[in-house]
Design a protein around this ligand. Structure first.
Ligand SMILES: *Cc1c(COP(=O)(O)O)cnc(C)c1O
Length: 823
């Protein structure tokens, strides 16, 4: 073909044209007529119709990208917690009204179709959701980018409760087909595993090579990532594992049919299921396979298909930054070295010079148990050549350390990429730090603690390598889509520029003092609560009172996040009221909402879920508390539930132990939707408080240095148990089996853990938390004052747009440029 063909465009953005496309999709895509179509037929037809409108832009973006060869960002992430796609696609293409009118003109319930979508839950929590926000912002900000990841056949498990205990169900999100993915089996990439390494000669030169024992194919599935009304559609490319033909056939020919099938299953297991551990990697072989699988596919894809043929890889740093979302993709570092040295025949130093300039690493944690390590035994067995390369990187790195600090054996051992205890293992965060152009934390406090503690030796060696980029959230999904009422109110007040320039929310500040605006703001909150009431009634049959304060804690269940702190407060209120020490009339009517999944193997977390539900059953059945105190714990917290819960919230609980939550992004979503925060001085809470001021934030608890001191002095939780009567009474209630039908053994592990270890200082912060909650009650009683604070929170939330995060990454790390696809 010599002539460029322009993509066919659906130019008509009219209800009639939309309806024609929709019917065509129903008839020819699904093979049904309107009358006989199922909800799923209709959903698929609607999704495909919207998809058509975006398709031209996608093709044009790709062509533009190809022609301009501008620097790209390749975001490598093992997780993308995307949320539903239809609404976002409608929003990005400005088709919501047309689609609704069109579908309803056929007598079809539009909202029923939206609700038919199963969200792709290809992530655990904050880290995966961050990746999803980032790809949205990259597209909206016209940054040439591609997201790489894994197309898990089963995403994060579906949580159900049986007698209040978490029971996991497989998340079969593909069972009805996904209209959003474009498989390209013809572009499959082969990835090797296992085997040995050997020397060989190429043109008289000695080289090393890897001879893998087995291979799998990576099939790319492309997903559209539409920018907000800007004509750009970026690509998210997720890899699915298939058995290679050669592999199957060999075994099949030998007559062993079962073995051939087994081999296929074995290969396909790699992308079968998302590991449900959040912040606690288990060091499982399959997980390392997943990591290498998607990273090898992605590098191959970028080098062979995104770059022009014959591109000189010495210039790679001008064409791409591979952003490593935590340590999960860090095996990309030795993989690139292997490609350059073994496959392309480069000298080691030449290859290292390029490699060191194309990777950047985002660290997401402070918990030591979350820092990923791979045993040398496993890594050497699965990726023998990569282990050799890591050893050499480490040798040369330790030479640098030795030169800088001669005779400092201790430091060498501390900084070595290879840990010696408890077993020889590769410290992936160290490898990423050595290889990366930059290392960033995800909130100011977190980045500072990385420099001062977790990676202090490295920061001393390379101070300029360390930087901060505070996380953000996309205002498209978390305000415009999730909270149409507030969006409309804001747009009416300050115009709609905020959708892509969230700092404009500052324009709302004067309106905090405008009584009429505050009244309408409350009206929106009340309507959002009614929407939530409806949703919960439908979903779990649970009822909540929309006239109470909605106090929400939704996030993964983890001891460091301290769901127990909030629960102990509720138990204490219950205890005081039922013992007659507190008049229920003096208690602010509250609905305590929880939402949290626990990793299936995390026993303490599952216990806490059991206890929240048990306490819920007890207090929700207590006549004296009717209409005053209630616990609601909808199962299966996910993006779709977040979009309904957060806009209805009055109070946002961000109560992790100071120094443990890297950033948090849930905290930002609540702020943006006009909830006030009760929180510790941790993660991005610090920045939230700086922005809204102490009058509009309920701060409590030990700060990070104080935590360090308490721990250093030898923390004794029993001293708090003994000296705070309400705390003692609350814990005793649990210990006595009040919430477990008198059986003391059921929740004994929780009680004994809090009284003996209490690693996250729940008891130490209890009184400060209760006092802060008392301040919340006082503030809430002043309706106008509360609303004023809520408006200020929204007005100051502009900083937390993920668009701003992208600008920071551009300036501090990527040095790529924004490229408009449309003049
Ligand atoms: C935002 C979000 C998270 C992260 O919440 P944190 O409070 O920051 O831990 C987790 N899960 C879902 C579904 C989210 O939308």
């Amino acid at each position: 073909m010599t002539q460029q063909t322009a993509p066919i465009a659906i130019r008509e953005r009219t209800v009639d044209a939309f309806t024609r496309e929709f019917l065509r999709e129903l008839n020819f895509g699904q093979g049904v007529d309107v009358e006989r179509s199922s909800v799923n037929d209709r959903y698929l037809a609607l999704a495909r119709t919207v998809r058509h409108y975006l398709m031209t832009r996608w093709i044009e973006t790709l062509r533009h990208q190809w022609e301009h060869q501008a620097k790209s960002v390749a975001y490598l992430s093992a997780e993308y917690l995307l949320g539903r796609q239809l609404d976002n696609a409608l929003l990005a293409s400005d088709l919501t009204d047309i689609a609704r009118t069109s579908v309803e003109s056929l007598g079809i319930d539009f909202d029923e179709l939206r609700d038919a979508e199963i969200e792709p839950g290809l992530g655990n929590g904050g880290l995966g959701r961050l990746a999803a926000c980032f790809v949205d912002s990259l597209a909206t900000m016209n940054i040439p980018a591609v997201g790489y990841g894994i197309r898990y056949e089963y995403g994060i498990f579906e949580q159900t409760f049986v007698d209040g205990w978490q029971v996991e169900k497989a998340d079969d999100w593909l069972r009805l087909g996904s209209p959003w993915e474009f498989p390209h089996p013809e572009a499959a990439v082969e990835v090797g595993f296992g085997g040995t390494t050997e020397d060989h000669e190429v043109d008289g030169e000695k080289r090393r090579r890897w001879v893998p024992a087995w291979n799998v194919l990576g099939v790319p599935y492309n997903y559209m990532v539409p920018g907000y009304e800007n004509g750009r559609v970026n690509t998210l490319r997720l890899w699915s594992a298939r058995a290679t033909h050669a592999f199957d056939l060999q075994i099949f020919n030998s007559g062993d049919y079962e073995e051939a099938v087994r081999a296929q299953t074995f290969a396909e297991n790699i992308s079968k299921v998302l590991y449900p551990e959040d912040s606690t990697p288990q060091g499982k072989e399959l997980r390392l396979q997943q990591q290498y699988f998607f990273v090898a596919c992605s590098l191959r894809d970028f080098l062979d298909r995104v770059l022009l043929r014959g591109f000189d890889l010495h210039n790679l740093p001008e064409r791409v930054t591979f952003q490593l979302n935590d340590t999960h993709p860090v095996i990309a570092v030795p993989e690139l070295m292997r490609i350059l040295v073994d496959e392309r025949g480069w000298k080691w130093d030449e290859a290292w010079a390029v490699t060191q300039r194309v990777f950047a690493y985002t660290c997401h944690t402070l918990l030591p148990e979350a820092l990923e390590v791979w045993s040398v035994e496993l890594l050497g067995r699965l990726l023998p050549r990569h282990l050799e390369i890591i050893y050499r990187i480490n040798e040369e790195f330790l030479e640098v350390v030795r030169t800088r600090w001669p005779d400092d054996e201790l430091r060498l051992r501390r900084m070595s990429i290879i840990a010696e205890h408890p077993e020889r293992a590769v410290r992936m965060a160290f490898l990423a730090t050595v290889a990366g152009v930059k290392v960033n934390g995800v909130a100011e406090l977190h980045s500072q603690l990385l420099r001062d503690k977790v990676l202090a030796d490295f920061a001393e060696l390379w101070p300029d390598k360390f930087t901060n980029v505070t996380n953000g959230i996309t205002p498209r999904r978390f305000l415009k889509l999730a909270n149409p009422g507030l969006s409309d109110l804001i747009t009416e007040a300050i115009g709609d520029g905020w959708v892509t320039d969230l700092d404009r929310l500052e324009g709302l500040l004067p309106l905090a003092d405008d009584a009429e605006f505050r009244r309408r703001f409350r009206e929106v909150k009340a309507a959002n609560k009614l929407r939530l009431v409806d949703m919960l009634a439908h979903r779990d049959g649970s009822t909540i009172d929309p006239d109470t304060m909605l106090d929400v804690m939704v996030k993964r269940l983890h001891e460091y996040k301290r769901q127990m702190l909030k629960l102990l407060h509720v138990i204490s209120l219950y205890e005081q009221v039922t013992r007659g020490r507190l008049d229920i009339a003096d208690v602010t009517p509250r609905t305590f909402a929880f939402g949290a999944k626990a990793a299936p193997g995390y026993r303490m977390a599952k216990q806490i879920i059991g206890l929240i539900n048990a306490v819920g059953r007890t207090i929700n059945d207590e006549p004296a508390l009717e209409g005053r105190l209630r616990i609601v714990f909808p199962a299966n917290y996910n993006v779709t539930l977040a979009e309904c819960l957060i806009p209805a919230a009055d109070l946002s609980e961000q109560i992790s132990l100071a120094g443990k939550e890297a950033s948090g992004t849930g905290n930002m979503k609540f702020m943006l939707n006009g909830a006030l925060t009760i929180g510790t001085d941790d993660g991005a809470n610090v920045e939230i408080r700086q922005l809204v001021g102490d009058d509009n934030f309920f701060l409590f608890g030990l700060d990070e240095p104080a935590v360090e001191k308490v721990v250093a002095a030898g923390y004794r939780p029993t001293s708090f148990y003994e000296s705070i009567p309400n705390l003692r009474h609350a814990l005793d209630l649990v210990a006595r089996g009040t919430f477990s039908g008198g059986d003391r053994s059921v929740f004994e592990p929780i009680v004994s853990n809090l009284l003996s270890e209490d690693r996250f200082l729940v008891l130490a912060d209890f009184q400060a938390y209760v006092d802060a909650q008392a301040r919340v009650d006082v503030a809430y009683a002043d309706t106008e004052g509360w609303t004023r604070s809520a408006v200020i929170n929204v007005a100051r939330a502009g900083f937390f747009s993920s668009d701003r995060s992208m600008r920071d990454y551009l300036d501090r790390i990527w040095h790529a440029r924004q490229v408009a696809t449309r003049p």
